[in-house]
Each structure stands twice: as C-alpha cells, then as structure tokens.
Design a binder for this molecule. Structure first.
Ligand code: ADP
Ligand code: MG
Length: 252
C-alpha cells in the first residue's frame, strides 16, 4: 500500500464522517487536474468545495421532489402548447420562474377533463422544487379525508402545522367528490390559514358558480373560500377536447 492510497482512504473516511459526498466523488479527479495544470492549492480547495456545494444543492432538490409526492413527473417541456386551447405558453413559462410562490399567490386551473390541468400543476410544482420550495401534491378528496382522519385522531393541529410548512400546496381535482359540511369546513380552514402566507394551486373541472356543489350547498362558506383563494390568484382556463382522446383519434 502506498502513502497515496492510505491518504485516499483517510479522506474518504472523513468525507463520510463529515457528510461530504461531493468531495468524495470529485477530490481525486480534481487532484489529477490540479497536478497536471499546476493549480495553486487554494484553487484546488475551491474546486472541491464548489463540487460539495453543487452536490448538496442537487440532493436538496431530489429530496423536495420526493417529498412532493407527484403521482408522476410532468414538465413544461413535455407539454404541447400547440395542442392546448386557450393556454399562453409565455404566461406558463413566466409562472415557472416562481415569483407567484414568493408573493405568495394562488393558481387556479379550470377546464374540462383531459385538458392538461394536472400536467401543468405538476410541471409548475416541479419547477418550484428546483427552486428548493417545499411542494405537496394532493387530490382534494384525499386531502379532505386526511384532514377528517387527523381530526378524529386528535392530530389535526399536527397535520395543519405540517401543511403550513408547504410552500406550494397542489389541490388536484376539486369537484370530483363533494365534501360533507365538516370536510368542507376543514378545507376552508386550510385555505384561510394559507391566505397571503403560502401559495396554492387548485385544479378543477368546475366553473366558480358550481363550487358550491362541492361544499354541501353552503353558499356562505363557498363565497368566503373563493374570496380568499381567488383574491391573489391567476385563473388559467383550459378548453377543448381531452388530449388523450384526440391523440387516440389522430391517424398514426
Ligand atoms: P386534466 O387534469 O385536465 O384532466 P391531465 O393533465 O391529467 O388533464 O392530462 C391528461 C393526460 O394528457 C396526461 O397524461 C397529460 O400529460 C396529457 N396531456 C394533456 N394535455 C397535454 C398537452 N397539451 N401536451 C402534452 N400532454 C398533454
Ligand atoms: Mg387532472
């Protein structure tokens, strides 16, 4: 065993102890470069530490993506704007920059089934994770069920605190399943809690006038909820026929 391999093993041991995987991966390759190009020691150190910083950045983003629990990963790159009616590609690419999350503002995607609402909600959520935002994707019915279960188990406060930490809450498919009064109130409280503090995305096939059907016919609650949700909101309306149906009918 040469002195070199002993040092190498010691360095690798230290990178584990100090949790520096970026250093572990790069220090040898960079050392070869440094020797060949006669870098000053400080330059070598700088390169190795930069590699560690980049590695940590990527690992946070990977973690945010896992935590978001997207049912599948969809991106703006894979969205065909030419095949989408009523959508403005520039607007969505601007939203991808994430200023609406900082504000914070809400996004509402409304339109018929299969017109890309969930795809776009996920795509903007993915962009937010790249900016290290905490994102959580839920279906409205699952979210309300979770809130009801937490309430029954006297764990509602804990769940509410967890949801408060989420920078972008995606509530998909509002309106597929109507809620009972308690469920509607729990969702209302959540939206009220996030109002002007955290961003949300809602997707729905319902027009605003139909939202009351989801909240057990409670006009007062629905109006108050829409008021908060839509106050600082961008409403994006998708139109036309289901993308998948159209693809199926298109000649090969
Ligand atoms: P919605 O949520 O409006 O019901 P989805 O976003 O789930 O619709 O879209 C249904 C399927 O069609 C998904 O697989 C989605 O990726 C795809 N899709 C819809 N619109 C487009 C589009 N314009 N470009 C590419 N894929 C699309
Ligand atoms: Mg959908």
């Amino acid at each position: 065993m040469t002195a070199g391999t002993v040092t190498r093993d010691l360095v690798i041991g230290l990178t584990r102890a100090l949790k520096m995987p970026g250093v572990a991966r790069t220090f040898e390759g960079l050392a070869r470069q440094a020797r060949d190009a006669h870098w000053p020691h400080e330059d070598y150190l700088h390169e190795v530490l930069s590699a560690e910083q980049a590695s940590r950045h990527e690992s946070v983003i990977r973690q945010r993506l896992r935590d978001a629990r997207f049912p599948e990963v969809k991106t703006l790159e894979t969205f065909d704007f030419a095949a989408a009616e009523g959508l403005n590609a520039t607007q969505l690419h601007t939203l991808a920059r994430g200023e609406w999350v900082t504000q914070p503002e809400n996004l509402i995607f409304a339109g018929p089934i299969g017109t890309g609402k969930t795809h776009l909600a996920i795509a903007l959520g993915v962009e937010a994770t790249k900016q290290k935002r905490r994102v959580l994707f839920t279906r409205a019915a699952d979210l309300v069920r979770q809130l009801l279960e937490a309430r029954d188990a006297r764990e509602l406060t804990r769940l509410q605190q967890r949801l408060r930490r989420v920078d972008v809450l995606i509530v998909d498919e509002l309106g597929f399943v109507p809620f009972d009064r308690v469920g509607g109130e729990l969702l209302f409280n959540l939206i009220t809690d996030r109002y002007e503090r955290r961003a949300s995305i809602v997707t729905t096939k319902l027009a605003f006038a139909e939202w009351v059907t989801v909240f057990a016919g409670d006009e007062k609650l629905t109006t108050a909820l829409l008021d908060r949700l839509a106050h600082h909101a961008t409403v994006i309306t998708t139109k036309g026929k289901s993308y998948r149906m159209r693809k199926r009918r298109a000649p090969a």
